[in-house]
Design a protein around this ligand. Structure first.
Ligand code: ADP
Ligand code: MN
Ligand code: MN
Ligand code: MN
Length: 275
């Protein structure tokens, strides 16, 4: 029997310091703070990505030197003229389930050739671990399919949606009765640190956060119930029930989930705007 084992490791210098690309170490410190542990932070990440034809680096299914019909019929679409790459998507979904990753769904995106999977809710540092593992598995499957995987936040300029990594988030007190007030306070803190968050939310995100294509402008913080054009969206269920979670729509598809999840926890649980 052949057995394959994949293990996620973070890397340290011989003297024991985290190497510069090891963002897990700093995140793990935040997630081990007592106040953060007590709040049991849950994350549900929507990882969008684009599949590209290997030799031309142009989206899967698109005519080379041309474009498909305009956006509209593709989101959650079905059919040979609307969905390209489903075999890859389904193989990835099964591999994640087999690997113990808490993958919770997949969908075809607004731009054809673009897809999304969701992981979560997962607690604390495990959210970053699971997204990185799920990305790696997707790299392996697209490699076998001879297709190139792109996490670029805006792979095609023009009237085509970019790729994000919406980060859904809740704490114990947000999920409990009266949680809606806690969510609004957290949003106020996130507003106060908008620039800090944007700087940490992925390279090239300014090409994506234009205020068009279901995004908010990169320089303007906003939130709203059921608002896909806001930085933070709160679901109708959360408003109705007076508790639940929020969705940070700003992170780009190429963000580091260790950085994003730990920053959200730090801002909403540890950060004191009066100091
Ligand atoms: P959208 O409507 O934005 O497309 P999705 O259904 O794609 O949303 O993703 C929602 C994500 O939110 C899922 O990963 C789900 O696990 C996660 N989620 C659900 N409830 C919570 C919660 N209370 N706290 C954090 N994440 C949650
Ligand atoms: Mn989604
Ligand atoms: Mn999406
Ligand atoms: Mn979303």
């Amino acid at each position: 029997m052949l057995l394959f084992v994949s293990v996620i490791c973070d890397a340290y210098t011989p003297s024991g310091e985290a190497i510069p690309t090891n963002n897990r170490a700093a995140a793990a410190r935040i997630f081990s703070e007592e106040r953060v542990v007590d709040e049991e932070p849950w994350f549900g990440i929507e990882q969008e990505y684009t599949l590209l034809q290997k030799n031309v680096k142009w989206p899967l299914g698109w005519p080379v030197n041309g474009y498909p019909g305009p956006q509209g019929p593709y989101y959650c679409g079905v059919g040979a003229d609307k969905a390209w790459g489903r075999d890859i998507v389904n193989a990835h979904y099964k591999a994640c389930l087999y690997s113990g990753i808490k993958i919770s769904g997949v969908n075809g995106e607004v731009m054809p050739g673009q897809w999304e999977f969701q992981v979560g809710p997962v607690v604390g540092i495990a959210a970053g671990d699971q997204i990185w593992a799920a990305r790696y598995i997707l790299e392996r499957i697209t490699e076998m399919a001879d297709v190139v995987l792109s996490f670029d936040p805006k792979p095609i300029l023009g009237d085509w949606n970019g790729a994000g990594a919406h980060t859904n988030y809740s704490t114990k007190s947000m999920r409990a009765d009266g949680g809606y007030e806690v969510i609004k306070k957290a949003i106020d803190k996130m507003r106060a640190r908008h620039k800090v968050h944007i700087a940490a939310y992925g390279k090239g995100n300014e090409r994506r956060l234009t205020g068009k294509h279901e995004t908010a402008d990169i320089n303007t913080f906003s939130w709203g119930v059921a608002n896909r054009g806001a930085s933070i969206r709160v679901g109708r269920d959360t408003e109705r029930e007076g508790k639940g979670y929020l969705e940070d729509r700003r992170p780009a598809s190429n963000m580091d989930p260790y950085v994003v999840t730990s920053l959200i926890a730090e801002t909403t649980i540890l950060f004191d705007p009066t100091k």
